[in-house]
Design a protein around this ligand. Structure first.
Ligand code: BG6
Length: 483
């Protein structure tokens, strides 16, 4: 199978925050890989803007090192790296002052698509939008890309949306959630809507429950100061897990376009029941053998911020009423593993003696690592001696099915940045969607802030706090292993 690359229109991409971590680790390496894939027009340019004093040469050296650090060695090619670096321009810019704006405006080419990537702290999103307007740098075709976090509650998301709406049309605003750019997440839509097999079963009549897990093995690392103000609810649940949940639960859109897909996702969020107090568990990792606890790593010894959250979400609509969705995410857990597991109901009646072994099928979509799809099936154990049943996986790892090279998936940012240039918003969040997600999580956060309850402790390298087991046990279910 040969990957198809559809070239995009000529563009000037301005990365505001061009010296930051995201630019270095993700945005520029992704752009380099798109150059290698032949998708970037020859004249397309990248303008990095930031506060630091970098000469053009210093910036190129800085990015050369970033490519060395963050692009796999087999994808690095000296000549291509140099050609890529030639596309870069660095501008010293004061996001809230006057320095650099004139130069930025003069550096943009007429006729090219202009995209501004706000790869900066959230407090600068609104001022940046306003500056772009004030300096008349934008036109009809301008696009802005806004990173997460998009607000920290409903009120702040609404006020950010209001500022952006004063400066841009909704179809110019690209709110990024990098989970939507992951190949396997897009595959979830292909699995559901390009195969006739599953959709008739995709409802509460046949599905017992769904488990969505995004487990990380690393702790908060160097991001303690940011993370401690967010916690797992704001950092992961309100956005990444919510998106996975929406794509799993939504009705088939009539067509695969931005308006239809986002309308369907919004309906899912609006059909969510409020979370009951007993249907949620917050956790925080305690110290490991090196004494590294969450509280140490976050730099806040009295922190009550959660590094783990698990909850049970119920949807009040025809398709899903009675089928709970259990969502969990956490840091410093046993493994890095993300999956969506659709647990089908047990067969209604067994004709076999060995019936205690009859279990419902489980369809698992593995997002990372080892991307693939797995369906657990019950078969007869081989050999004589009666009808003994056993469970086996019908396993499709993308690496096996597509070959190692094809399965070497593009990074989420590669796809998403090219979609910005194309003007395709299907894999970006709409303003009302973000607000609806906050409207659902806000009362939960407020309730626990009011109660002052401390998160349950869990051991680094474990499956999370014991209390989270109870969340499923009380419903007669159990979490899947984090392997
Ligand atoms: C980010 C969160 O959005 O996603 C991080 O801020 C988290 O805390 C990361 O580690 C996980 O992304 P991925 O692609 O590594 O699963």
């Amino acid at each position: 199978m040969v990957a198809q690359t559809i070239p995009v229109d000529d563009f000037d991409l301005v990365i505001i925050g061009g010296t930051g971590d995201l630019a270095k680790r993700k945005i520029l390496p992704s752009l380099y890989r798109r150059v290698c894939a032949g998708q970037m027009p020859e004249n397309a340019r990248i303008i990095a803007a930031a506060r630091s004093d970098f000469s053009q040469q210093d910036y190129k050296d800085f990015i050369r090192q970033a490519l060395e650090d963050f692009v796999k060695s087999k994808k690095r090619n000296k000549k291509k790296i140099e050609t890529f670096l030639e596309r870069l321009t660095y501008i010293k810019l004061d996001a809230t002052g006057i320095e650099g704006w004139k130069e930025l405006s003069q550096s943009l080419r007429a006729g090219a698509v202009h995209a501004f990537y706000f790869s900066v702290g959230p407090s600068l999103f609104a001022p940046l939008a306003e500056r772009l307007m004030k300096h008349k740098i934008t036109d009809e075709n301008t696009r802005i890309v806004v990173e997460k976090p998009f607000g920290r509650d409903l009120a702040s998301a609404q006020s950010l949306n209001a500022v952006l709406a004063r400066c841009f049309r909704e179809d110019q605003i690209f709110r990024i959630d990098h989970y939507l750019g992951k190949e396997t997440v897009q595959n979830l839509m292909a699995l559901r809507f390009a195969n006739a097999l599953f959709e008739p079963l995709w409802n509460s009549q046949h599905i017992d429950h769904v488990q969505i897990t995004v487990s990380e093995s690393l702790g908060v690392e160097g991001r303690g100061a940011y993370y401690d103000k967010s916690g797992a609810m704001r950092d992961m649940m309100q956005n990444h897990l919510m998106q996975l949940f929406c794509l799993t639960a939504m009705e088939p859109p009539a067509v695969f376009d931005a308006a239809s897909v986002r309308d369907e996702k919004l309906k899912v969020i609006k059909a969510l029941d409020p979370i009951l107090e007993g249907d949620m568990v917050r956790g925080q990792y305690r110290s490991d053998e090196n004494g590294d606890s969450y509280q140490n790593e976050s730099g806040n010894p009295a922190s009550t911020t959660e590094s783990y959250i698990a909850l049970k979400a119920n949807l009040s609509n025809w398709r899903w009423v009675g089928t709970p969705f259990y969502l969990r995410t956490g840091k410093k857990l046993r493994n890095r593993m993300s999956e969506i597991a659709i647990v089908f109901k047990d067969p209604p009646h067994s004709i076999f003696e060995d019936s205690q072994d009859l279990k419902g099928n489980v369809l698992t979509i593995r997002l990372q690592p080892d991307e693939g799809i797995n369906l657990s099936m019950t078969i007869k154990e081989p050999g004589p001696g009666g009808m003994r049943l056993t469970e086996v996986p019908l396993d499709m790892s993308f690496a096996d099915a597509l070959g190692e090279d094809e399965a070497d998936m593009p990074d989420a940012y590669e796809r998403l940045i090219m979609d910005v240039i194309r003007g395709n918003q299907t894999l970006f969040m709409r303003g009302d969607e973000v607000e609806a997600a906050w409207a659902w999580v806000d009362p939960i956060i407020k309730a626990w802030e009011k109660s002052g309850a401390k998160p349950a402790q869990y051991d680094p390298g474990s499956n999370g706090p014991d209390d989270s087991l109870m969340l499923l046990h009380k419903d007669g279910r159990r979490w899947r292993e984090i392997t």
